[in-house]
Design a protein around this ligand. Structure first.
Ligand SMILES: *Cc1c(COP(=O)(O)O)cnc(C)c1O
Length: 244
């Protein structure tokens, strides 16, 4: 029997599962590590946004992260994101979705419709297509330019010496809402140099958002000025299917 003044507990959407606890605990520990790195770097608490990378993860783990209050997510494939997120967006209108994988021009329409931030703008042809689609749809997701800080031939991103020209074309030519830079440092190098370079490029070009740092190195990225860290396996565990 409940008191007249006490509302009954809301029914649980689903029974709790093992996954839920694991994801909630891992999320809490990643958030704690971010807070600690912010404090150690003399940065304000909350200066860094956690982008939870949910590519290839099963729905139950996404639900667990959402239940634990996570609202910013990263996906690396447009098609996969389009299958997973529209229904969740209807339930969680405050979601913010980041595209963190390569974008083909033929997927630009879907990407503009779905994402709030497109982190992988790296060439004029893509910028042209994005500008056209933003004009047609009226949606204007924020854009980050992806920088290939290691100048790796097989990797996406504009090389550092090409950044200024691409930025000028995107901002002044195509009038894209460019607000930041993103980088994925080479696997086999000390990421610190790459984080420092990306932060320096962002500062010099007056871009406020800096997306760098993944499961293995996000506290270091925070120390170097990241405003967004992209963390997958440290939150969700290993990906059940390899993501490309
Ligand atoms: C998968 C991915 C991540 C997350 O990597 P983890 O090591 O699982 O944290 C971050 N950024 C990009 C671009 C990715 O594709």
């Amino acid at each position: 029997m409940t008191d007249a003044g006490t509302p009954p507990c809301p029914p649980q959407a689903r029974p709790p599962q093992e996954d839920d606890d694991e994801v909630a605990l891992a999320l809490a520990s990643v958030r704690q590590a971010i807070r600690q790195a912010e404090a150690e770097a003399g940065r304000a608490a909350g200066a860094v946004t956690l982008v939870a990378v949910s590519k290839t993860q099963p729905a139950a783990r996404l639900e667990a992260a959402l239940a634990a209050g996570q609202r910013v997510f990263g996906e690396n494939r447009v098609q996969e994101a389009a299958a997973k997120w529209p229904a969740l967006r209807a339930r969680f209108p405050d979601l913010e979705l980041h595209l963190i994988g390569p974008l083909q021009t033929n997927k630009v329409r879907d990407a503009v419709a779905l994402f709030d931030v497109i982190e992988t703008v790296d060439r004029p042809r893509l910028a042209t297509a994005l500008a056209a689609e933003m004009a047609a749809s009226g949606r204007r997701p924020r854009c980050y330019l992806e920088v290939n800080t290691g100048e790796e031939p097989q990797k996406a991103g504009v090389v550092p010496t090409g950044l200024e020209a691409l930025l000028t074309a995107c901002r002044d030519g195509y009038r894209l809402p460019v607000t930041g830079l993103m980088a994925i440092p080479p696997h086999d190098e000390d990421p610190a140099l790459h984080f420092a370079l990306l932060a320096d490029l962002a500062r010099r070009h007056g871009l406020a958002e800096i997306s760098m740092g993944m499961s293995g190195d996000f506290p270091l990225a925070v120390r170097f000025g990241a405003t967004h860290v992209r963390v997958g396996t440290a939150i969700f565990g290993h990906r059940p299917v390899p993501a490309c």
